[in-house]
Design a protein around this ligand. Structure first.
Ligand SMILES: C[S@@+](CC[C@H](N)C(=O)[O-])C[C@H]1O[C@@H](n2cnc3c(N)ncnc32)[C@H](O)[C@@H]1O
Length: 246
């Protein structure tokens, strides 16, 4: 049996190292695709592959953390990450910004059993949650978590262009530097995905000069002018830029 299949069932309770809870199988309670009405968001979720039981339970446990849970990728992004990872045939991937681990779980699920995902984060506390769910899903052996400032982790990666897939979802002021480190390490035809590139619409509101919004405007201009990639800014969730290395 594919070890990735362990715990990926869509029904039943899942043992996540604590009290087993029944898995609810519908969408997360918070619509995160801000361009959609609640009804349309529910419709999108209902017509996409549902979250598996482990991911759904992770969404629920993360929701218990309160408002900070908004940092987690939306359910439709989670399945999108899995599908893109599969399409890219990714065996080597890098994630910048892991939190409680949903996006990493989605990427690892899309990889072959011998795939390797390097995850960068600074929080021991949040990533401890992630580790439990990666174990429950049977993908922990595909994931290497490196705690510390992501820029240091990225600079320490081999320089050769061998990475198949990148997902950037950490501190927005670091995006240009992460891009600068990662684009040369991605193989031709490899994929870079970058989250929150619409800032809930604030990117086009000139009166909004918040540091994070300015940082994303800088990143979007920088990436759009980078002729090493072809890219599209998808209006998914809070804006998801997808680039393919030439
Ligand atoms: C938006 S959350 C990531 C959400 C995650 N992709 C998910 O789906 O649950 C951003 C994460 O970036 C981490 N982070 C912030 N600044 C960082 C830095 N300089 N280096 C590494 N990680 C950082 C935070 O600890 C946080 O867990």
């Amino acid at each position: 049996m594919d070890p990735g299949a362990k715990g990926r069932e869509r029904t039943g309770a899942v043992d996540i190292g604590g009290e087993a809870k029944p898995a609810a199988l519908r969408c997360a309670p918070v619509p995160k695709s801000f361009l959609l009405t609640d009804d349309l968001h529910r419709y999108v979720i209902a017509h996409s592959t549902p979250l598996d039981a482990v991911s759904q339970q992770l969404v629920e446990e993360t929701a218990e953390l309160g408002g900070i849970a908004v940092m987690q990728v939306a359910p439709e992004q989670s399945i999108f990450l899995t599908l893109v990872t599969r399409l890219a045939g990714a065996r080597s991937a890098v994630e910048v910004g892991t939190f409680t681990g949903l996006s990493a779980l989605a990427i690892a699920t899309g990889m072959a059993p011998d795939g390797r995902l390097v995850c960068c984060d600074v929080s021991e506390e949040w990533t401890a949650v992630a580790r439990r769910y990666w174990e429950a899903a049977g993908v922990a052996d595909r994931i290497e978590l490196r705690l510390g400032p992501a820029i240091d982790t990225l600079r320490a990666l081999p320089a050769a262009p061998t990475v198949d897939l990148v997902f950037i979802d950490a501190d927005k002021t670091g995006y240009v530097d992460y891009w600068t480190e990662l684009v040369p390490r991605v193989r031709p035809g490899g994929v870079l995905l970058v989250d929150n590139t619409l800032q809930f619409g604030a990117v086009v509101d000139a009166s909004n000069t918040k540091e994070q919004v300015e940082a994303i405007r800088r990143f979007n201009d920088h990436a759009a002018a980078d002729d090493r990639v072809e890219l599209v800014l998808l209006p998914v969730s809070d804006g998801l830029t997808m680039a393919v290395k030439r």
